[in-house]
Write a protein that binds this ligand. Structure first.
Ligand SMILES: Nc1ncnc2c1ncn2[C@@H]1O[C@H](COP(=O)(O)OP(=O)(O)OP(=O)(O)O)[C@@H](O)[C@H]1O
Ligand SMILES: [Mg+2]
Length: 511
């Protein structure tokens, strides 16, 4: 089959970093081509070169698309050639509606007047295509990340697509939404649209990809043809990390003590619609040394629960009691929550977790400035030591710790967020999708850190949409559905089916 895209000898450097070193990529007409590699391997950078985000002249090498050499000067250029990219960090405007976001910059107009009725109609059709049941007038900011992703795809479909690039589209989606998205890709393929899929979820890759290109340290390791013979995940992992990886989850001997953290009858209402109850009478207890999971579908209220507990950072009309070591505590503001030893690692690193235009050092020490101060003056040498220590422990890839976090790869940003909260030395740690967008090797490192925290007597709560992950690292699992905790089980007795059944039953109860 003919190639639709050939990238030849692409080299791209940033000050102090060679992000891409003579990379070759060939995508055939109408295929799904997966691009995999560790955090910082250069995947997003390669796609930014392709789509003109990094314009011609800022890299070396050649791009051939549909048989012609292309020199894109910007994203509008690549779009008019039919290359549409959906970035890893979503780029929608939260205060605008779905329709406005989809047609931002290319509104259908008649006689120079924007035809909003037509736009709304088209939006409705596009939303149907991506399986999103929301009104076109819904504000994007009121949607969860998963649904925002679908809006991005609907937006891509509103343009003339030849090659669709998805940078970790399913990172924030639960299993059924991911499944729907992958079917969507297969459908596009049936219509002759080629796509490039970047993903850390290798099971998805092996399910849909026709070819897989592995990048390591800015270089092409190999391209595998999945149609010739099935590609094993272990083989891909070996090529990605350059070594053998024996286990996905580190072993641990849990030593669980008495209850350290407890909430009783926790209820929270929607911030905009005070009548809507988002978290309903939740009771939760976590013991010292215990890793507890909260399973549930997107929209079950898990993040809302954790955030409402963590200094009321979500919701209105919050009620309920919180206890640490049996003593009732006031967690009413974020500083008070932190002061009582709580930490919350967010799923949305771009908005809540990082100060992107600050360097790695200041992001790491942000939540515990006392830890790097002597007599209330910041000790910069100590700060640097701390940051370097975490960089080593979590294997954060940066040219050095004074690098701006904005320039780190997505997975490495996530590691910085995690470092920040580890350094705050919390007693109770909420981790919300802690391994979202993290490569397999680095996941293992994060699980190891979770184990170390538990071994040090902390109470750890993990929210994750990846059920195998919860089953692999937790001692006990709560299941949340429609704002309620509907089941609780020791992880040893839990299975994906049991969790799913609990979710379904929970949904039935609610009219
Ligand atoms: N604007 C920039 N300035 C400096 N360095 C950068 C910039 N953008 C990317 N880098 C560096 O280039 C390398 C490749 O980053 P890239 O974002 O392409 O990785 P990735 O493979 O997409 O990783 P992830 O899986 O974590 O998203 C990293 O070392 C990153 O720090
Ligand atoms: Mg990336």
């Amino acid at each position: 089959m003919n190639a639709i895209l050939e990238m030849r000898g692409i080299t791209k450097t940033f000050p102090g970093v060679r992000a891409l070193d003579n990379v070759n990529l060939v995508v055939r007409e109408g295929e799904i081509h997966a691009l995999v590699g560790e955090n910082g391997a250069g995947k997003s950078t390669l796609m930014k070169v392709l789509s003109g985000v990094y314009p011609y002249g800022s890299y070396t090498g050649e791009i051939h698309f549909q048989g012609q050499e292309r020199r894109f000067r910007g994203i509008a250029d690549s779009e008019s050639a039919g290359i549409i990219i959906i970035h890893q960090e979503l780029a929608l405007v939260p205060l605008l509606s779905i329709t406005e976001n989809i047609f931002l910059g290319n509104e259908p107009a008649r006689y120079g007047i924007i035809d909003w009725d037509a736009a709304t109609e088209r939006t409705r059709a596009l939303l149907r295509k991506v399986g999103l049941r929301e009104s076109p007038a819904t504000l994007v900011g009121d949607l969860g990340v998963g649904k925002q992703q679908l809006v991005e795809i609907a937006k891509a479909l509103s343009k003339e697509v030849r090659l669709l690039i998805l940078d970790e589209p399913t990172a924030s989606l639960n299993e059924s939404d991911s499944e729907a998205l992958l079917s969507l890709l297969l459908e596009f393929k049936a219509h002759g649209i080629a796509s490039i899929l970047i993903s850390h979820k290798l099971n998805e890759v092996s399910r849909v990809a026709d070819s897989v290109t592995v990048l390591r340290d800015g270089m092409t390791v190999e391209t595998l043809d999945c149609r010739a013979e099935p590609v094993s995940e272990d083989h891909v992992i070996r090529r990605m990390v350059g070594r053998e990886l024996a286990d996905r989850y580190p072993r641990r001997q849990p030593r669980v003590g008495e209850v350290l953290f407890e909430v009783r009858d926790w209820t929270a209402h929607h911030p905009l619609d005070a009548e809507r109850v988002v978290v309903k009478g939740v009771n939760m207890a976590v013991r010292r040394g215990e890793v507890v999971g909260i399973a549930g579908l997107m929209g079950a209220g898990r993040t809302e629960f954790a955030m409402s507990v963590f200094g009321r950072s979500y919701g209105r009309r919050i009620s309920g009691q919180a206890f640490i070591e049996g003593r009732e505590v006031d967690l009413g503001t974020v500083p008070r929550a932190i002061g009582n030893g709580l930490a919350y690692v967010t799923e949305d690193r771009k908005h809540l977790g990082l100060i992107l235009n600050e360097d790695v050092v200041h992001n790491v020490t942000l939540a515990n400035l006392d830890g790097v101060a002597s007599r209330s003056v910041i000790d910069e040498m100590r700060e640097l030591e701390v940051a370097n220590d975490y960089r080593r422990r979590l294997n954060i890839r940066c040219s050095d710790v004074s690098q701006t976090t904005l320039n780190l790869s997505g997975g490495n940003q996530q590691k910085v967020v995690l470092s920040k909260w580890l350094f705050a030395e919390p007693r109770v740690l909420f981790l919300d999708e802690p391994t979202r967008g993290i490569d397999v090797g680095a996941k293992y490192e994060i699980y190891t850190i979770i184990n170390q925290l538990a071994a040090a007597g902390k109470a750890v709560v993990v929210i994750s949409s990846e059920m195998p992950e919860l089953l692999g690292i937790c001692d006990r699992i709560y299941v949340m559905s429609e704002g309620r905790f509907v089941a609780e089980m020791p992880a040893a007795e839990a299975t994906q089916e049991k969790i799913m059944r609990a979710i379904m039953k929970g949904e039935e109860k609610v009219p």
